[in-house]
Design a protein around this ligand. Structure first.
Ligand code: CP3
Length: 340
């Protein structure tokens, strides 16, 4: 088994820096677009054979040190009672956003081993195909990020509805987040039982909060998930964007590895996070669109700032953009592995 990723998560020395990419499966790959031209995203997620094939596509094309389960962050919403669709060119669209006490009270806790069994089946199938080659990363959304979709009804620039709900109905906010944390803890543990070796908790949009709001409205729920999942004894990656001012608080909430976007130098991020954690990320995904020398120069800067300290996982600060040339991603992974 290639155990570079697992070793780096635990800050153990590695032969070369492990690398994988958020959104390493997706529209920038022709073989993904080919399947996607025949099925919707939700259809793919519901069919373990298709989701398995897509999970393995990047592993075949790129020198990555992990596979990430192909699924979506929002899948737990539907069985809770929050149906949604993906609208072309716009992203997720929640049919009836959460706005009232009754909306929150009406949400159901569910058994992920039944309702999301198709995701667990994908994990089992991927594991069969991957064998002992590479670790598989499972994932789920953190309560703030999931609540933001449930309340806004879709993507947002300012999270105004989410924040209004949080400030005006704090008790309902906490009840909503508690439901999410119960479900997400159980869902992540079910993913571990099905065979993932690492999990990543995505709190993609939490950087919209001030540190004191983060501590009051998000941290307790994230902490509950991370301490519950810790009992499964596998490494946990805790990720968000625009989190430069939140890194210390996110580290306090938990995780073995903290994800860092590109807005802060990685060494500075690491000192805010603390040396008792590993770090992941930091390359601006936009660099993968542009001239390769610029991309490699920035990648080198990250590697040099880390300076071989054990506990670094190379990744982007956020997901690969849809129009990224595959060759650039290939070259980047090779570059990271060649760096000694
Ligand atoms: O990283 C991977 O390769 C695994 C697959 C993965 C997807 N979604 C597939 C997907 C992962 C890890 C996610 C997580 C996810 N989903 C997040 C957190 C990660 C992040 O980007 O911060 C969020 C916020 C979502 C919700 C979501 N799903 C949005 C907002 C969108 C629309 C935006 C977009 O990029 O189109 C999606 C759709 C989505 N999820 C796609 C993929 C490959 C695009 C699907 C398509 O149209 O073909």
């Amino acid at each position: 088994m290639n155990d570079r990723l697992l070793r780096a998560c635990l800050r153990k020395p590695v032969d070369v820096t492990p690398v994988w990419f958020m959104r390493q499966a997706g529209r920038y790959m022709a073989e993904y677009r080919d399947i996607r031209s025949r099925y919707s995203l939700l259809e793919i997620c519901a069919q373990p054979e298709l989701a398995t094939e897509i999970t393995l596509q990047p592993v075949k094309r790129l020198e990555v040190d992990a596979a990430i389960l192909f699924s979506d962050l929002l899948l737990p919403l539907k069985p809770m009672g929050i149906p949604f669709d993906f609208v072309k060119g716009e992203g997720p669209s929640i049919h009836k956003p959460i706005r009232t006490t009754e909306d929150v009270k009406g949400l159901t806790l569910f058994e992920p081993r039944d309702e999301l069994n198709h995701v667990l089946e994908t994990i089992r199938l991927v594991q069969k195909e991957l064998g002992e080659r590479l670790p598989l990363i499972g994932f789920a959304g953190a309560p703030f990020t999931l609540s933001s979709y449930a309340i806004e009804g879709g993507p947002s620039n300012n999270y105004a509805k989410t924040k209004a709900f949080m400030y005006e109905q704090p008790q309902m906010w906490h009840e909503l987040c508690e439901k999410f944390s119960t479900i997400i803890s159980d869902y992540l543990i079910a993913q571990v039982e099905a065979g993932v070796q690492v999990v990543q908790l995505f709190d993609s949009w939490v950087g919209t909060l001030s540190e004191s709001d983060y501590r009051e409205f998000a941290l307790p729920h994230t902490k509950r998930i991370l301490s519950t999942v810790q009992t499964a004894s596998i490494p946990i990656i805790h990720f968000g964007t625009e989190t430069s001012t939140l890194l210390a608080a996110m580290a306090e909430a938990g995780g073995d590895v903290i994800g860092v976007d590109w807005r802060i130098p990685i060494d500075e991020a690491w000192s805010r996070i603390g040396k008792d954690k590993a770090v992941q990320g930091n390359l601006n995904p936009t660099l993968l669109l542009g001239p390769v020398p610029q991309m490699l120069k920035s990648a080198l800067e990250i590697l040099q700032r880390v300076g071989k300290r054990p506990g670094h996982i190379f990744n982007l600060g956020h997901g690969i953009l849809p129009n990224t040339p595959v060759e650039h991603v290939q070259e980047l992974a090779q570059f990271v592995h060649k760096w000694k």
